[in-house]
Design a protein around this ligand. Sequence first.
Ligand code: GLA
Length: 424
Amino acid sequence: MKLMATSRIFIISVFILFTLTVNAQADSSDHIFEKLNNGLAKTPPMGWSSWNQFGVEINEQLIIETIDAMVNNGMKDAGYIYVNLDDGWQQDKGNRKNKPLDFDKEKFPRGIKYLADYAHENGMKLGIYSGPGQTTCAGYSGSEGYEKQDADMFASWGVDHLKYDSCCSHKDASKEELKEAFYKMSKPLIENPKDIVLHACHCGWQNIWQWAGDIGANHWRIGQDISDDFDYPENREGYYFDVLDMLDRGQGLEGYNKPGQWNDFDMLIVGLNGKSKELVGAGASNIEYRAHFSLWSILSSPLLIGTDVRNLDAYTLETLTNKEVIALNQDSLGIQAKTVRKEGNIHILAKPMSDDSWAVAMLNRGSETQVISVNWLDDLGLDWKETKVRDLWQHKDMGVFPNTYQDEVISHQVIMLRVYPKNH
Ligand code: GLA
């Protein structure tokens, strides 16, 4: 009997050992990287990025004028702090192994550090762009093989944000290869004492939202590039997403958003009006741009405006600097709004706020005016008998409403509400 018991224990032990070995082998094919966290970007980054309007046609004067404009037109005050150079600041095109990475001396005669210092003197921050390949998307030399050197170089320049873009160099790469590529840059950035926010940009491929936060990224694109359209009938050129496509793409990803880690719905197109040097699209109306801004705000996406902010018309500036709408984006809970009802062209998104109020976006996706109503219990799950409603675009308290609030929403408009229990 004793012998039988011993041999059973032996067989069970062998089985456990076998199972462990098989699991270890499974793990080794899915290499686990040390978890990294830089502790930055507790609210979604806000600022400006050069790409959507200017493409690679950027230079020192543009950046200085942009910083000055944002300080003077109220954008800095509204929270837009980052001024980010996208692709095109580099000196050389071609493979990194033959072309060292440096700034273009004609475009940036006083260098990047000069601009970072200028930004900091004005209470702003400076961002830069590179990628894990031999070249970037626009063909400039990338960081592959020189990650630590480049991380230290960006830090020595005083840079505060890095968009690290793998979508061209690693288009068909496996999740493992991508994780490694981003890890190689994230690690030295964290080891350097300079705080640098990391945007891991991979066009929403390989479910980047599932793993980029674990290797120290602060935000990641959930889709390919946005186009300058609100609702274009097809997927433009098989690559670009309009505003409604991007909105839909982000549904179901709410659980990946948290302070320090953000789903990025791509840079804002507000005010581009079809004038982009790089994006396709004929532009959108003021109502549509305002709806887009409302959605990105309630979704807690980074708010990086891509238009020329030196000459904003009054309507566009009012859209971009609505502090009541921005407050939804910058709320400390860091929650991405969920779709609570989508019926035909009626689309309602909502999220709880840190002060126990709720934010609600009533979107009309169609071409005809619609009456949209929101019911506190059925749509938001709130048993508030009486609810105070504030309209964030009208900056107006609308009153106290039992059960339901309703309003007329014109085509492609978003009405933004913040609702409170009556005695809040
Ligand atoms: C990709 C990105 C864009 C921009 C360009 C730069 O297309 O998705 O946002 O950074 O590269 O070349």
